[in-house]
Design a protein. Structure first.
Length: 252
Protein backbone atom coordinates (compact mmCIF):
# COMPACT_ATOMS: atom_id res chain seq x y z
CA UNK A 1 0.00 0.00 0.00
CA UNK A 2 1.44 3.44 -0.93
CA UNK A 3 2.60 5.51 2.03
CA UNK A 4 -0.10 7.82 3.36
CA UNK A 5 -2.93 5.94 1.66
CA UNK A 6 -5.73 4.79 3.95
CA UNK A 7 -6.26 1.02 4.18
CA UNK A 8 -9.28 -0.19 2.23
CA UNK A 9 -12.59 -1.13 3.80
CA UNK A 10 -13.06 -4.86 3.26
CA UNK A 11 -16.49 -6.43 2.93
CA UNK A 12 -16.79 -9.63 4.95
CA UNK A 13 -19.06 -12.62 4.46
CA UNK A 14 -19.49 -15.17 7.26
CA UNK A 15 -19.74 -18.86 6.40
CA UNK A 16 -21.50 -20.41 9.38
CA UNK A 17 -23.36 -18.54 12.11
CA UNK A 18 -22.55 -20.74 15.10
CA UNK A 19 -20.41 -20.21 18.20
CA UNK A 20 -17.18 -19.27 16.40
CA UNK A 21 -18.87 -16.61 14.29
CA UNK A 22 -20.63 -15.23 17.36
CA UNK A 23 -17.27 -14.78 19.11
CA UNK A 24 -15.74 -13.09 16.07
CA UNK A 25 -18.57 -10.67 15.33
CA UNK A 26 -17.87 -8.10 18.11
CA UNK A 27 -14.32 -7.54 16.88
CA UNK A 28 -15.42 -7.31 13.26
CA UNK A 29 -18.15 -4.82 14.09
CA UNK A 30 -15.70 -2.53 15.90
CA UNK A 31 -13.03 -2.55 13.20
CA UNK A 32 -13.10 0.62 11.11
CA UNK A 33 -11.90 -1.18 7.98
CA UNK A 34 -14.50 -3.94 8.08
CA UNK A 35 -18.05 -4.04 6.75
CA UNK A 36 -20.16 -7.15 7.34
CA UNK A 37 -22.11 -7.62 4.14
CA UNK A 38 -23.20 -11.26 3.92
CA UNK A 39 -23.64 -14.58 5.68
CA UNK A 40 -24.40 -18.18 4.79
CA UNK A 41 -25.91 -20.86 7.02
CA UNK A 42 -28.20 -23.86 6.62
CA UNK A 43 -30.35 -22.66 9.54
CA UNK A 44 -33.11 -20.38 8.25
CA UNK A 45 -33.73 -18.82 11.67
CA UNK A 46 -30.04 -17.94 12.07
CA UNK A 47 -29.98 -16.41 8.59
CA UNK A 48 -33.05 -14.29 9.23
CA UNK A 49 -31.71 -13.06 12.58
CA UNK A 50 -28.45 -12.07 10.87
CA UNK A 51 -30.28 -10.22 8.10
CA UNK A 52 -32.37 -8.37 10.67
CA UNK A 53 -29.37 -7.42 12.84
CA UNK A 54 -26.94 -6.43 10.09
CA UNK A 55 -29.07 -5.55 7.09
CA UNK A 56 -26.82 -7.85 5.09
CA UNK A 57 -27.51 -10.32 2.33
CA UNK A 58 -28.04 -13.94 3.35
CA UNK A 59 -27.45 -17.23 1.54
CA UNK A 60 -28.43 -20.84 2.08
CA UNK A 61 -25.07 -22.10 0.80
CA UNK A 62 -21.45 -21.05 1.22
CA UNK A 63 -20.92 -21.46 -2.52
CA UNK A 64 -23.61 -18.87 -3.30
CA UNK A 65 -22.13 -16.39 -0.85
CA UNK A 66 -18.65 -16.85 -2.32
CA UNK A 67 -20.05 -15.89 -5.72
CA UNK A 68 -21.44 -12.61 -4.37
CA UNK A 69 -19.90 -9.40 -5.70
CA UNK A 70 -20.59 -7.84 -2.28
CA UNK A 71 -17.90 -9.90 -0.51
CA UNK A 72 -14.13 -9.37 -0.44
CA UNK A 73 -13.21 -11.64 2.50
CA UNK A 74 -14.85 -14.89 3.60
CA UNK A 75 -14.62 -16.01 7.22
CA UNK A 76 -14.99 -19.80 7.35
CA UNK A 77 -16.61 -20.87 10.63
CA UNK A 78 -18.34 -24.01 9.43
CA UNK A 79 -17.64 -27.46 10.99
CA UNK A 80 -14.06 -28.65 10.47
CA UNK A 81 -14.94 -31.41 8.02
CA UNK A 82 -16.21 -28.76 5.57
CA UNK A 83 -13.23 -26.40 5.79
CA UNK A 84 -11.35 -27.65 2.73
CA UNK A 85 -14.36 -27.46 0.39
CA UNK A 86 -15.51 -24.08 1.68
CA UNK A 87 -12.06 -22.49 1.66
CA UNK A 88 -11.47 -23.69 -1.88
CA UNK A 89 -14.84 -22.26 -3.00
CA UNK A 90 -13.88 -18.84 -1.67
CA UNK A 91 -10.33 -18.90 -3.05
CA UNK A 92 -11.50 -19.87 -6.53
CA UNK A 93 -13.85 -16.88 -6.49
CA UNK A 94 -10.91 -14.58 -5.74
CA UNK A 95 -11.88 -13.94 -2.12
CA UNK A 96 -9.43 -13.56 0.74
CA UNK A 97 -10.08 -16.15 3.46
CA UNK A 98 -9.84 -16.39 7.23
CA UNK A 99 -10.55 -19.97 8.31
CA UNK A 100 -11.06 -21.30 11.80
CA UNK A 101 -8.53 -23.80 13.07
CA UNK A 102 -7.74 -26.44 12.06
CA UNK A 103 -7.59 -25.44 8.39
CA UNK A 104 -7.72 -29.08 7.23
CA UNK A 105 -7.52 -32.65 8.49
CA UNK A 106 -4.54 -33.77 6.39
CA UNK A 107 -1.25 -32.18 5.42
CA UNK A 108 -1.97 -32.77 1.73
CA UNK A 109 -5.26 -30.86 1.97
CA UNK A 110 -3.61 -28.00 3.87
CA UNK A 111 -0.85 -27.68 1.29
CA UNK A 112 -3.45 -27.82 -1.49
CA UNK A 113 -5.25 -24.82 0.00
CA UNK A 114 -1.99 -22.88 0.22
CA UNK A 115 -1.32 -23.56 -3.46
CA UNK A 116 -4.87 -22.51 -4.35
CA UNK A 117 -4.45 -19.20 -2.51
CA UNK A 118 -1.18 -18.54 -4.32
CA UNK A 119 -2.68 -19.46 -7.69
CA UNK A 120 -5.58 -17.05 -7.19
CA UNK A 121 -3.46 -14.21 -5.79
CA UNK A 122 -5.35 -13.92 -2.49
CA UNK A 123 -4.54 -14.17 1.21
CA UNK A 124 -5.34 -17.24 3.32
CA UNK A 125 -5.12 -16.88 7.11
CA UNK A 126 -5.82 -19.53 9.75
CA UNK A 127 -7.66 -17.82 12.58
CA UNK A 128 -5.65 -18.86 15.59
CA UNK A 129 -6.29 -16.49 18.46
CA UNK A 130 -3.72 -17.11 21.21
CA UNK A 131 -0.67 -16.11 19.17
CA UNK A 132 -2.19 -12.63 18.85
CA UNK A 133 -2.45 -12.16 22.62
CA UNK A 134 -0.09 -9.49 24.07
CA UNK A 135 1.72 -11.82 26.56
CA UNK A 136 2.50 -14.36 23.82
CA UNK A 137 3.73 -11.66 21.45
CA UNK A 138 5.81 -10.13 24.24
CA UNK A 139 7.52 -13.50 24.77
CA UNK A 140 8.30 -13.66 21.07
CA UNK A 141 9.86 -10.17 21.22
CA UNK A 142 12.07 -11.18 24.17
CA UNK A 143 13.25 -14.24 22.26
CA UNK A 144 13.82 -12.27 19.06
CA UNK A 145 15.78 -9.54 20.84
CA UNK A 146 18.01 -12.05 22.62
CA UNK A 147 18.08 -9.91 25.77
CA UNK A 148 17.97 -13.04 27.94
CA UNK A 149 20.25 -15.08 25.72
CA UNK A 150 19.53 -17.78 23.16
CA UNK A 151 16.27 -19.72 23.49
CA UNK A 152 17.07 -23.19 24.84
CA UNK A 153 13.67 -24.92 24.97
CA UNK A 154 9.92 -24.30 25.05
CA UNK A 155 7.14 -26.12 26.91
CA UNK A 156 3.38 -25.70 26.69
CA UNK A 157 1.45 -27.83 29.18
CA UNK A 158 -2.32 -27.63 29.32
CA UNK A 159 -4.88 -29.28 31.61
CA UNK A 160 -8.39 -28.91 30.18
CA UNK A 161 -11.94 -30.17 30.69
CA UNK A 162 -12.74 -29.26 27.05
CA UNK A 163 -13.82 -32.79 26.16
CA UNK A 164 -16.43 -32.85 28.94
CA UNK A 165 -18.14 -29.60 28.11
CA UNK A 166 -21.22 -29.75 25.84
CA UNK A 167 -19.91 -30.84 22.44
CA UNK A 168 -21.38 -31.31 18.97
CA UNK A 169 -21.22 -34.91 17.63
CA UNK A 170 -18.45 -34.12 15.13
CA UNK A 171 -16.26 -32.80 17.96
CA UNK A 172 -16.13 -36.35 19.34
CA UNK A 173 -15.29 -37.96 15.99
CA UNK A 174 -11.59 -37.79 15.02
CA UNK A 175 -12.43 -38.47 11.35
CA UNK A 176 -14.36 -35.18 11.33
CA UNK A 177 -11.71 -33.17 13.14
CA UNK A 178 -12.81 -33.98 16.67
CA UNK A 179 -10.69 -34.56 19.76
CA UNK A 180 -8.32 -32.35 21.71
CA UNK A 181 -5.38 -32.60 19.30
CA UNK A 182 -7.23 -31.06 16.36
CA UNK A 183 -9.34 -28.66 18.43
CA UNK A 184 -7.02 -27.54 21.25
CA UNK A 185 -3.56 -28.73 20.25
CA UNK A 186 -3.58 -26.40 17.27
CA UNK A 187 -3.47 -23.48 19.74
CA UNK A 188 -0.45 -25.00 21.48
CA UNK A 189 1.43 -25.58 18.22
CA UNK A 190 0.68 -22.06 16.99
CA UNK A 191 2.01 -20.50 20.21
CA UNK A 192 5.18 -22.60 20.10
CA UNK A 193 5.74 -21.80 16.43
CA UNK A 194 5.44 -18.06 17.04
CA UNK A 195 7.73 -17.97 20.09
CA UNK A 196 10.24 -20.31 18.47
CA UNK A 197 10.33 -18.06 15.42
CA UNK A 198 11.17 -20.65 12.82
CA UNK A 199 10.27 -23.82 11.01
CA UNK A 200 9.98 -27.17 12.76
CA UNK A 201 12.12 -29.92 11.25
CA UNK A 202 10.69 -32.90 13.12
CA UNK A 203 7.58 -33.87 15.08
CA UNK A 204 6.97 -36.93 17.25
CA UNK A 205 3.80 -37.52 19.20
CA UNK A 206 1.53 -39.92 21.03
CA UNK A 207 -2.16 -39.44 21.71
CA UNK A 208 -4.52 -41.05 24.20
CA UNK A 209 -8.23 -41.91 24.08
CA UNK A 210 -9.19 -43.40 27.42
CA UNK A 211 -12.90 -42.74 27.88
CA UNK A 212 -15.23 -44.91 25.75
CA UNK A 213 -18.05 -42.46 26.46
CA UNK A 214 -16.06 -39.80 24.59
CA UNK A 215 -14.43 -41.89 21.81
CA UNK A 216 -11.77 -39.50 20.56
CA UNK A 217 -8.37 -38.15 21.63
CA UNK A 218 -8.42 -36.74 25.16
CA UNK A 219 -4.66 -36.15 25.58
CA UNK A 220 -1.37 -35.93 23.74
CA UNK A 221 2.37 -35.53 24.24
CA UNK A 222 4.18 -33.87 21.32
CA UNK A 223 7.91 -33.32 20.86
CA UNK A 224 8.94 -30.76 18.24
CA UNK A 225 12.41 -29.74 17.12
CA UNK A 226 13.01 -26.42 15.37
CA UNK A 227 15.47 -26.14 12.49
CA UNK A 228 18.04 -24.51 14.78
CA UNK A 229 17.84 -27.49 17.16
CA UNK A 230 15.63 -25.84 19.80
CA UNK A 231 13.30 -28.47 21.33
CA UNK A 232 9.69 -27.88 22.33
CA UNK A 233 6.97 -29.95 23.98
CA UNK A 234 3.18 -29.66 23.92
CA UNK A 235 1.36 -31.70 26.57
CA UNK A 236 -2.41 -31.73 26.90
CA UNK A 237 -4.26 -33.78 29.49
CA UNK A 238 -7.98 -33.89 30.12
CA UNK A 239 -9.04 -32.13 33.29
CA UNK A 240 -10.25 -33.82 36.43
CA UNK A 241 -14.03 -34.03 36.70
CA UNK A 242 -15.86 -32.79 39.75
CA UNK A 243 -18.45 -35.07 41.40
CA UNK A 244 -21.42 -33.28 39.81
CA UNK A 245 -19.77 -33.69 36.40
CA UNK A 246 -19.53 -37.45 36.88
CA UNK A 247 -23.18 -37.58 37.86
CA UNK A 248 -24.10 -35.64 34.75
CA UNK A 249 -22.17 -38.06 32.53
CA UNK A 250 -23.94 -41.07 34.08
CA UNK A 251 -27.26 -39.65 32.90
CA UNK A 252 -26.20 -39.05 29.29
Amino acid sequence: MPEGQAPPVLRWGLAGLGTAAGMMLPALRKHENVRITAAADTDAAAREAFRRDFGAEIHESVEAMCESASVDVVYIATPTQHHVDHVRMALEQGKHVVVEKPMALTLDDAEGLIRAAEANGVHLVVGHSHSFEPPIRAMREIVRAGSLGHLRMLHNWYLSDWLYRPRNPEELDTRLGGGVTFRQGSHQFDILRLIGGGRVRSVRAMTGARDPRRPTEDSHVVYLEFEDGTPATAVLQRGRLLPHDRADLRHR
